[in-house]
Design a protein around this ligand. Structure first.
Ligand code: FAD
Length: 437
């Protein structure tokens, strides 16, 4: 069979035909990867007209950067990173900025050093569609990119339809759980700290991005209310019985006590409708008037996942590879995929690295390593700041045994400490350097 231009081989060995002896296929593959030239394709006639394997990575956030880093560490792969923003902005540590004490520059980082990595081409654009049968992605600019493998790490979208009235008031009610939305939430907080009144905040039912983050944000804002003597209160509506995930509940509830005069924490409250004009919220506990609001909506994967038939709320993936169940050429990582791993940046970056290495292994034509017993999935490290100086550290180890559900083991600080407060910044600066430095 002669593969069509859109039916690219996943490895050189595949391109070279099943009858080629494995040792020879392997040598050809290595030659192709190392040479990075069309020479190894000469015997393949019209196969692809491209010398090097093409990997397209969608999203220059935490997961995408992990994949790009791992792929660039292998010789001979062309990596196209598609990301609409000119710079990276971190959600981790954004709570300090939103609460008006941190600087935006702390969260912003350039992609220059990623651009300098071997084989990497960053394309400032937005993927509009994935044409799986052609192995192409269509960009908003009209450009099309072919791929041998596609890595998707496009993050999340808010389930706006879950709260009637929200879509019409989107601009007035920024959620701020995606990069570049933080300044709009900070503007809300500045108004609240200036005018006082009732600030309604909320946490949805999981799974959602960084479960401790809504509580963190409330405490950091409450600290400023206290410090500045603002005549205001925060009504925190939690859709859950207690802060999530469960191992963090007691430490977070304990930390909330320090703000009991400012934060009115209410559990098991569902949001039912919002009227931003009238500043009223319908909830399962009745109507509530507010002056300012930061409502964290339920979340699901970025729409590309559903549009491409890779899953409904979240992408369905195989473990431990994060290969899409629906398509062996696509890997989905980060918050868009539906494994039980926590939706955290550290986890997304680790998944990206693992997927980059997995793709490189497949391109080298090597067999999957034999697995015995439990496999470690990428580690989770999360921080819930309880004040500008203190935080609760949450670490999550995930192990997986084929045929069984992954097991998550949490280690959580029993109470906030200044040690974890400064360790959070060390962690953030370290991982930003690893990703972007
Ligand atoms: C307030 C807050 C605090 C947090 N704190 C922590 C913490 O302490 N520790 C931790 O580990 N995690 C934390 N997180 C979670 C972390 O930010 C996410 O888990 C992480 O960003 C997920 O990575 P991702 O690659 O899936 O998505 P993202 O990092 O969101 O990256 C998605 C990228 O895709 C791009 N994109 C979107 N659409 C397209 C398109 N059509 N075409 C091309 N590109 C596109 C976006 O521009 C974005 O750059 C926190 C999150 C929040 C909101």
């Amino acid at each position: 069979m002669t593969p069509s231009p859109h039916n690219l081989p996943s490895t050189l060995s595949e391109a070279n035909g099943a009858n080629t002896p494995p040792w020879q296929r392997r040598r050809l593959l290595q030659a192709g990867l190392a040479a990075g030239s069309a020479a190894w394709l000469a015997g393949c006639g019209s196969i692809i007209g491209q010398a090097r394997p093409q990997v397209v990575v969608v999203g220059g956030g935490w997961g995408g950067l992990g994949a790009v880093r791992a792929l660039a560490a292998q010789p001979g792969i062309d990596i196209a990173l598609v990301e609409p923003n000119e710079r990276f902005m971190s959600c981790p540590m954004s709570g300090h900025y939103v609460a008006t004490v941190g600087k935006l520059e702390d969260l912003l980082h350039g992609y220059e050093r990623v651009d300098a990595l071997p084989g990497v081409k960053r394309i400032r654009d937005r993927v509009q569609a994935i044409e799986r049968d052609r192995r192409e992605v269509a960009l908003a600019s009209g450009q099309r990119l072919r791929y041998d493998y596609l890595v998707l790490s496009p993050g999340i979208e808010y389930m706006e339809e879950s709260l009637p009235g929200f879509a019409a008031a989107r601009e007035a009610l920024p959620v701020g759980f995606r990069a570049f939305e933080h300044p709009a939430v900070r503007a809300q907080v500045e108004r609240f700290l200036g005018q006082g009144g009732t600030f309604v905040m909320s946490a949805p039912k999981p799974p959602y991005r960084c479960p401790p983050a809504p509580y963190e944000r409330a405490m950091l804002i409450a600290e400023q209310v206290k410090r500045r003597g603002v005549r205001g209160k925060i009504v925190f509506l939690d859709a859950n019985a207690a802060p999530t995930p469960a191992p963090t509940a007691q430490p977070i509830l304990g930390a909330l006590k320090a703000y009991a005069d400012i934060i009115d924490y209410r559990s098991n409250v569902e949001l039912q409708a919002v009227d931003a004009g009238q500043r009223t919220l319908q909830t399962s506990e009745g109507a509530l008037r507010f002056d300012h609001a930061n409502l964290v909506l339920p979340m699901r994967a970025h729409p590309l996942i559903r549009q491409s038939g890779l899953g409904q709320r979240w992408a369905e993936v195989e473990l431990p590879t994060f290969q899409a169940k629906a398509d062996g050429r696509i890997f989905v990582i980060g918050d868009a995929q539906g494994s039980p791993q926590p939706k955290s940046g550290q986890v997304a970056f680790g998944q990206g690295r693992a997927v980059g290495e997995e793709i490189a292994r497949r391109l080298r034509g090597e067999a999957a390593p034999a697995t015995q017993g439990e496999i470690d999935l990428p580690l989770g490290i999360c921080w819930a700041a309880t004040s500008h100086d203190e935080a609760i550290n949450v670490n999550v180890v995930t192990t997986f045994k084929p045929g069984e559900a992954p097991k998550l083991r949490f280690t959580v600080d029993p109470q906030p400490s200044a040690r974890s407060g400064s360790a959070a910044w060390s962690w953030a600066r370290g991982i930003w350097r690893t990703m972007l430095g």
